[in-house]
Design a protein around this ligand. Structure first.
Ligand code: KIV
Ligand code: NA
Length: 264
């Protein structure tokens, strides 16, 4: 099996082939998604809400994310494994970004992702120069939720030029791809035409080169009303909870274990 490289994703854009990215934080989902042919897996800082039970992504640390990156990297043969740099681990400058990115690369990542456009160009350049592929992340950036004033769509009206300037800055700084989060479909389509690297949309409409979803949202492990940009492809929460109930019912009824599960 040949490993997906960043250049394969850029070549896919040139051929007009769309692809899907999913988050993954553990060995089973990593192996399943890898075998399903998902070319890029992201260990997102969304592990904060989806693994560790935090309220926001701001709370997760490098120490908490590194072992998840290692688990995913060990459990894939083909997918490009991308580690998200958490809040507070790269903002002070290129040196801090490089130090953090190196920790993730040593844990087995093949690339890193960080939030911010023009304001992070120096960091992206420094990592790229050090041989670390970088995925950018612009539009709505959850780590800056409090500065932005909540979960808000980016790129409407006069703001379109800002998001486009961020996209160009990220591409020119050497990123191999860029996530566009909660950006209007028209701005995402325009950026996708203008820059040579793949755009990975989440809440950015149908015209980006790729799409990403958090796996627990995609598979219905997270319950409750999902955000507008999420589509649920399964109801894993129901499947898992039904299994737990069936197990407990059989134990209470004395139906499990049987002789077949026991040693004479
Ligand atoms: O942390 C994450 O899961 C992400 C994706 C949604 C792009 O940043
Ligand atoms: Na993230």
């Amino acid at each position: 099996v040949k490993r997906v490289r960043t250049r394969h994703l850029i070549e896919a854009k040139e051929r007009g082939e769309k692809w899907a990215m999913l988050t993954s934080y553990d060995m089973y989902t990593a192996a399943l998604f890898d075998e399903a042919g998902i070319p890029a897996l992201l260990i997102g800082d969304s592990a904060a809400n989806n693994v560790y039970g935090y309220e926001t992504t701001l709370q997760i640390s490098v120490e908490e994310l590194v072992p998840l990156v290692a688990a995913v990297a060990r459990s894939t043969q083909r997918a490009l494994v991308i580690a998200d740099l958490p809040f507070g681990s790269y903002e002070t400058g290129p040196a801090q970004a490089l130090e953090t990115a190196v920790r993730f690369m040593k844990a087995g990542a093949h690339a890193v992702k960080l939030e911010g456009g023009r304001r992070m160009a120096e960091q992206i350049r420094a990592l790229t120069n050090a041989g670390i592929p970088v995925m950018g992340h612009i539009g709505f950036t959850p780590q800056s939720e409090h500065a932005v004033g909540g979960y808000r769509v980016q790129g409407r009206d006069a703001q379109a030029a800002e998001v486009e300037a961020d996209a160009h800055a990220v591409a020119e700084a050497g990123a191999f791809a860029v996530v566009l989060e909660m950006v209007t479909s028209s701005v995402a389509a325009e950026i996708t035409k203008q820059i040579p690297i793949p755009t990975v949309g989440i809440g950015a409409g149908p015209d980006t080169d790729a799409q990403v979803l958090v796996w627990q949202d995609m598979a219905g492990l997270r319950r409750g009303r999902p955000q507008r940009f999420v589509k649920r492809y399964a109801e894993v929460a129901d499947v898992l909870q039904d299994a737990a109930k069936a197990f407990a019912d059989e134990v209470r009824a004395g139906e499990f274990p049987t002789k077949a599960h026991s040693f004479e």
